[in-house]
Each structure stands twice: as C-alpha cells, then as structure tokens.
Ligand binder design. Sequence first.
Ligand SMILES: Cc1cc2nc3c(=O)[nH]c(=O)nc-3n(C[C@H](O)[C@H](O)[C@H](O)COP(=O)(O)OP(=O)(O)OC[C@H]3O[C@@H](n4cnc5c(N)ncnc54)[C@H](O)[C@@H]3O)c2cc1C
Length: 250
Amino acid sequence: MAGHEQELERGGQTIYPTNFDYYRPSTVQEAIELLGKDRNAKVLAGGHSLLPAMKLRVASPAALVDIGRIKSLAGIKADGKTVTIGALTTHATVVASNVVKSQCPILAETAAMIGDVQVRNRGTIGGSLAHADPAADYPTTIIALGATITATGAKGSRDIPADEFFTGLLTTALKPAELITAISVPAYGAMKGMGGGDEEEEEEGEGDAVGSAAAWMATELAERDDPFPDVLPAVEYALSDQERVDSDSL
Ligand SMILES: Cc1cc2nc3c(=O)[nH]c(=O)nc-3n(C[C@H](O)[C@H](O)[C@H](O)COP(=O)(O)OP(=O)(O)OC[C@H]3O[C@@H](n4cnc5c(N)ncnc54)[C@H](O)[C@@H]3O)c2cc1C
C-alpha cells in the first residue's frame, strides 16, 4: 500500500492509516534484506499488537514486512534437552502442542492465559517477545525458564539469553533488521511446582504458571545479589500456605 494519505470509510467509522509499503517475503533472508533497506520498516507477524498501535498512530512504520508466509518460522521441535519454538508459532499452537505440554508444561499453561481464542489463534510467540510489553504473559515465564531467543540478521544468527533480551519498556536487545527466528526452552519434563500439575495440584495452586515462574525467578534473583529484595518475601508468602497464588501480593 502506498500513495497519498488515505481516508477509509468502514461501517460509518473513519480510519486514518499513515501510508506504508507492504512486503510479503517467503524466506527469512528476503525478510532481512527488506528490513535492511529501511530503518523505519517493521516486521508484521500476527498483527495483534502492531496493527492496533498503527491504528492509533503510536506506530507509523514506513513499510511492513509480513513474515506470515515464511513456513520455516513456524513449528515446534524437541531433541530431548531443548524445545525449540519457531517465532511465528501461534499461542494456540503452543497451548495445544503435546511436545510443549509434556516437556515444558509451564509454557503451554502460560500461552493458555493469553487473551481469548482469537488472540491466541493469530498472536505469535516471536511477536509477543519482540513487542516486550511488561504486561504480557510470556516474558516472565521465558526469563524464569532460562530460555534463549535466536535473532537472525544480515550477519547470521545469535542466541540471546532471555534475561538479557528485555532492555526496557517495549524495548529489546534486537538490532535493526534482526528477526526473532526461534525461542529455545529447556525440556525439563514433569517437575513438581513447574506446571503440568494434575487436578489436585491445580486446586492446591501447584500448577499455577505465574506462581511457579515467580518462585523460579525469586530463586534466580536470590542467587544474584537480588536487585529487588522486596519481591522475595512476597513470593515466599504467596507460595507458602495460600490455596492459590494471589498475584496482587507479588
Ligand atoms: C484483545 C487483545 C488481548 C490481548 N491479551 C493478551 C494477554 O492477555 N496476554 C498477552 O501476553 N498478550 C495479549 N495480547 C497481545 C498478543 O499476545 C499479541 O499477539 C502479541 O503481543 C504480539 O504478537 P503478534 O504476533 O500479534 O505480533 P505483531 O503485532 O505482528 O508485532 C508486534 C511487534 O513485534 C515485532 N515482531 C513481530 N514478530 C517479530 C519477529 N519474529 N522478529 C522481530 N520482531 C517481530 C513487530 O514488528 C511489532 O513491533 C492481546 C492482544 C489483543 C489484541
């Protein structure tokens, strides 16, 4: 789409999108080349964060590079130690994946908490992480799991530890013209308190993804000269004798 500013009439409501070019590459290489041509180009994945931002003109990219047809970016595989999830894999696919459910259940439980069916059917794990919304569900779990985010650019791929990936509000360690191509999480299997609990555990709160992630994160922080000391007592209390974790106390 290009040309003069358009005023679109939709059901009586006026939309004012800024002009943008639209590209639909079929390979990662092609996408990276397109991104490299224009610093103001943006990746379009599920569109569930970017398009609302464009509608409000909070974001006004000069070009959209729609990665939705790049088949190599979607899908889930495991090698016994690691579960690798393509950036374009939707939240719904993560929820339904038997590999994720059996080898990293907390991630499937986290994905199940995201939005509603429509959002889970369109939104992608790569889009959610690249967007870096502090209110999003994936980032906490991804950091707690010690996941690795693979970014690919013109010079090749690099692995970014999840706890170095988020650098601030809506900002990440991604460089211009770099794509998230995959997310790798440890295949820890069934582990008490780490999701995948049976019904009884769920009732006891042991299958609570947020609580488990918080507990893991608290342990990590404790080992690292904790910069947020107030978090630890709150997490400890929340997980001690309450039936379920009360997120307000975290
Ligand atoms: C009604 C509604 C409810 C929602 N509820 C929740 C919720 O409860 N919990 C939650 O966590 N999220 C929620 N979301 C957000 C949702 O999960 C989005 O899907 C997600 O934040 C963005 O994923 P996307 O694939 O739609 O990305 P897009 O909107 O396409 O892109 C988002 C950003 O990431 C960039 N990007 C996308 N893919 C890549 C990539 N592979 N590499 C580099 N950059 C990339 C884009 O350039 C853009 O800046 C909600 C969204 C809506 C509309």
